[in-house]
Design a protein around this ligand. Structure first.
Ligand code: NAD
Length: 467
């Protein structure tokens, strides 16, 4: 299959090409077109040209395009899913869920509308808040959910009247390119475009005066760069960044119920989820039973190629991340006790068996840093206040979970966690109508829900004297 960039309504070759590696084999399996700066500038110019007509349509005039796009993606759902598994690594069933989530996100946003809001209506005056689109949006995405995270930007940006340039991570460009191919037959030229780079065009997009908004999902260090490069033109931005989410287990929790939920929360998508469980705080008396149960679940997991039937945990997405995780495991081995996993796989590809580590000090790398891998530190606490303080002792503040048999107690603990989302007795429940985003250095702005649409608009107050 030959992949093309979508620029100004045309499917075109890149200025050069990059190899895309299947993380389950460590071998290239496809080539992607790579755009150069000139192509990026062409895309920005085309997006600017397309903007007035797209913005001038009302919601009803744009809705049909989003619905058509959803139908067209759904018609190719299996192609998208298999491609996602090959480029990203996740088990095919999880890839299918990502594709259907993408279709559902489009469907949800197709139906939404930001109506003007009357702030005051008296005999003397009428004051109305209107929202209008910003212009060209750069949607910059990471490699863990290449399609779903992109659509959580594209759908709200398009329905509110913006034009969008999608720039995926260099290791997972193909699903974005396939989306471009599908969109080419549906959307007017310049309304949606795709650029693939080698980590060199994100900075151009973030700094370019022709881009009005950068919607960025990725790591906190790159997010800081986006923030800096947006400052010259005071452009708008949304930053969805890293996390180091704590799971706090209360002393009344049932280990048999909680352990599978925590294990899934830490290992789904090989732990490469911004909102994954990244550290566990458990009452000291519960530690042995909990670690035993987590180790049992780790031993039962089937680590392998996502295209193989029965695989529950796929590879780490890319070599750089794989090597970072191996270094974190070595550090953990030196400072704690590995109760499951911890050994590199003998097969080709970037496989890490689910790894459970206990007895680490609070300053261990695996506790402080975002591992983005199925490698989980389990830490003991003696006093709940202390556990909450340790959970909050982080520059990150994306999510978190509380596990208990007393939900009201759980909600009271959640209210003390400094994070954008805290779940009680559940995890990764992210309905499209509920906004999410980071506290502290986990981000600025919100995605999903109406707030996730508002981020792509500018408010205008129209204040009229009556009579
Ligand atoms: P990354 O920061 O390395 O890359 C993200 C994107 O930024 C890529 O497309 C990359 O090409 C681009 N980029 C690189 N340099 C840039 C620059 N100077 N300016 C603009 N863009 C640039 O992140 P990653 O390693 O691909 O993804 C993993 C990270 O993403 C983790 O930290 C994870 O927690 C985070 N993440 C956050 C969320 C969330 O919603 N908060 C969701 C998923 C992933």
């Amino acid at each position: 299959m030959e992949y093309k960039l979508l620029i100004d309504g045309a499917l075109v070759d890149g200025a050069s090409a990059i190899e895309v590696v299947n993380p389950a084999t460590g071998q290239p399996f496809a080539a992607a077109p790579r755009a150069d700066e000139a192509q990026a500038k062409l895309a920005i110019a085309a997006a600017r040209r397309a903007f007035p007509a797209w913005a001038a349509r009302d919601y009803a005039g744009r809705r049909g395009y989003l619905e058509q796009l959803a139908t067209a993606i759904e018609a190719r759902a299996e192609d998208f899913a298999r491609l996602l598994t090959q480029e990203q690594g996740k088990p095919l069933e999880q890839a299918r869920q990502e594709v259907m989530g993408t279709v559902a996100a489009l469907g949800y946003y197709a139906e939404q509308e930001l109506a003007p809001r009357t702030l005051r209506e008296t005999a003397e005056d009428r004051i109305v808040e209107q929202r209008y689109p910003l212009g060209v949006v750069a949607a910059i995405t990471p490699w863990n959910y290449p399609l779903l995270l992109l659509m959580l930007k594209v759908a709200p940006a398009l329905i509110t009247g913006n034009t969008v340039i999608a720039k995926p991570a260099p290791t997972t460009p193909l699903s974005t390119l396939m989306l471009g191919e599908v969109a080419a037959a549906i959307l007017p030229a310049g309304v949606f475009q795709t650029l693939v780079d080698r980590n060199d065009l994100g900075a151009l997009l973030s700094a370019h005066p022709g881009v009005a908004h950068v919607s960025f999902t990725g790591s906190t260090p790159t997010g800081r760069k986006v923030l800096a490069s947006a400052s010259d033109t005071l452009k708008r931005f949304t930053l969805e960044l890293g996390g180091n989410d704590a799971a706090i287990i209360l002393d009344d929790a049932d280990v048999a119920k909680v352990a599978p939920a925590i294990f899934a929360g830490a290992t789904t998508n090989s732990g490469q989820i911004c909102l994954a469980v990244k550290r566990v705080y458990a009452p000291r008396a519960m530690m042995d039973a909990l670690c035993e149960e987590l180790a049992r679940l780790a031993a039962e997991a089937v680590v392998g190629d996502g295209l193989e039937q029965g695989t529950t945990i796929g590879p780490i997405q890319n070599r750089a991340q794989f090597e970072k995780v191996l270094a974190l495991i070595e550090d953990a081995r030196a400072r704690g006790t590995i109760v499951a996993g911890g050994e590199p796989s003998s097969r080709d590809g970037y496989f890490i068996a689910p790894t459970i580590v206990r007895d680490l000090p609070d300053d261990a790398r695996l506790v402080r840093e975002e591992q983005f891998a199925p490698v989980l530190p389990v830490l003991a606490y003696d006093d709940l206040d202390d556990a909450i303080a340790r959970a909050n002792d982080s520059d990150f503040g994306l999510g978190g979970t509380v596990w208990t048999s007393d939900v009201e107690r759980g909600i009271a603990v959640a209210a003390r966690i400094e994070s954008g989302t805290v779940w009680v007795n559940k995890h990764l429940d992210l309905p499209f109508d509920v906004p999410f985003g980071g506290a502290k250095q986990s981000g600025i702005g919100r995605q999903q829900g109406i707030e996730g649409m508002e981020d792509f608009t500018q408010t205008r107050i129209v204040n009229a004297a009556l009579g």
